[in-house]
Design a protein around this ligand. Structure first.
Ligand code: GDP
Ligand code: CO
Length: 382
């Protein structure tokens, strides 16, 4: 593949945020062993480099009652050398949709000679193993993992740690284009190949997110992401004293991280939160953040009217309550939320519930507790 090189990098404490990088070629041809002919603006990433990274990557597909055909399409788009984990919160009563997902995956693995994993978010053994490892932040009063995509994602980070993976990437189950899924994974590993630090993150920006009403309209920006980006950029601008618009992926649902980074972050609903220490203590490695712009349009299941309100609050309240947020940014966020009629005048947005960094788990105890059940989560080739 061939990417634009990041021509500009914003430094925020020890975090390096690279500007959006576009894909120049989805396929850059046969390996020629040297990049001597490469221009300074482009960067070619060899097939083998990508394959090596794919082998170390767990791709997680969070799903809840999605159409089986969509889920199957997403699975089919994931490059062969990646491991797959479906973390499902689909219904089990009446129609056992989880069973159907499992059967689909089994059949798929049989014919493609590959291995995958599937867990149900409400599996009591999983919650029990987390508790025994001392990690209770995503467990509810009934002793099960709470509902929510974020909770499923956090659970899957523990699975990646267990499986000894170096990278974890997330891809929603409701994507209509297997080709887009393939491209996300390629962007993930391309980003990892560019990272200088063991702590790295790749965030996807879609080139277009089409809307279908009368005909098809290739829209680039959604309202929510525009507003979220604006306040993230404001926070960075106020810290440095220089205005920036570097962040284009504040709302990216599709993203990937090195496990070393994933272990250190706190998590709010759908947002990873960089702990203060990670930003300010100037860890000698720093953190590399990449934003990759895809070629395939992003088309996912239309779940009806998107409520600006429901989608805006989690992101903005997370920025607002971040330990690094300054008073000016806070005031502007409060005003925005007031104008959107989401909070009253002079009110603060509700504090998001943060789940602790996964590193806090006692991995040995977690592993011991769940060991016998690992085969249950695995769908093997054969
Ligand atoms: P949007 O695309 O951001 O509007 O959100 P979606 O409703 O499409 O959800 C994103 C992904 O998370 C989809 O694949 C959903 O099936 C999945 N998802 C939603 N809720 C849950 C949940 O409680 N647990 C898990 N594991 N996945 C969920
Ligand atoms: Co969706």
């Amino acid at each position: 593949m061939r990417f634009e090189k990041a021509r500009y990098t914003e430094r925020f404490g020890s975090v390096r945020i690279n500007e959006v990088q576009k894909i120049l070629e989805l396929d850059s041809g046969r390996a020629n062993g040297n990049n001597a002919g490469e221009t300074i603006a482009a960067q070619r990433i060899e097939e083998d480099v990508m394959r090596d990274l794919e082998e170390k990557t767990l791709i997680v597909i969070p799903t809840k009652n999605e159409k089986l055909k969509l889920l199957e399409g997403v699975v089919s788009g994931i490059p062969h050398d990646c491991s797959i984990l479906i973390v499902s919160n689909s219904q089990r009563k009446d129609v056992d949709r989880f069973r159907m997902e499992r059967d689909m995956l089994e059949q798929y693995c049989h014919f493609t000679r590959r291995k995958a994993h599937i867990i149900h978010q409400k599996e009591p053994l999983l919650a029990k193993a987390l508790e025994e490892g001392g990690y209770k932040d995503i467990i509810d009063d009934e002793g099960l993992i709470r509902n929510g995509k974020a909770e499923g994602m956090i659970a899957s980070i523990f699975m990646a740690m267990l499986l000894g993976k170096s990278y974890i990437g997330f891809i929603d189950a409701d994507n209509y284009f297997p080709g887009a899924v393939w491209e996300y994974v390629k962007c993930y590993v391309a980003g990892f190949s560019m990272a200088k630090s063991p702590f790295s993150m790749v965030r996807i920006q879609w080139r277009y997110k089409p809307k279908i009403s009368e005909g098809i309209y290739f829209r680039k920006w959604g309202r929510v992401s525009e507003i979220t980006n604006k306040y993230m950029n404001l926070l960075i601008s106020n810290r440095s004293g220089f205005e920036t618009d570097i962040i284009k992926t504040g709302n990216a649902g599709e993203h990937a991280m090195s496990i070393e980074l994933a272990e250190l972050l706190c998590y709010a609903s759908r947002f990873a939160v960089e702990p203060q220490e990670l930003i300010s203590d100037g860890d000698k490695h720093g953190v590399d953040i990449f934003q990759m712009e895809t070629r395939n349009p992003h088309l996912h299941e239309d779940k009806g009217e998107e409520h600006l309100q429901d989608m805006l609050m989690p992101g903005l309240s997370t920025i607002y309550h971040s330990a690094i947020c300054d008073e000016i940014t806070k005031a502007k966020i409060a005003l925005e939320l007031f104008q959107q009629k989401l909070i009253g005048e002079n009110e603060e947005p509700p504090k998001p519930q943060l789940a602790a960094p996964p590193k806090q788990i006692n991995l040995a105890k977690f592993r011991e507790s769940i060991a016998d059940y690992i085969p249950m989560f695995s769908v093997l080739e054969e």
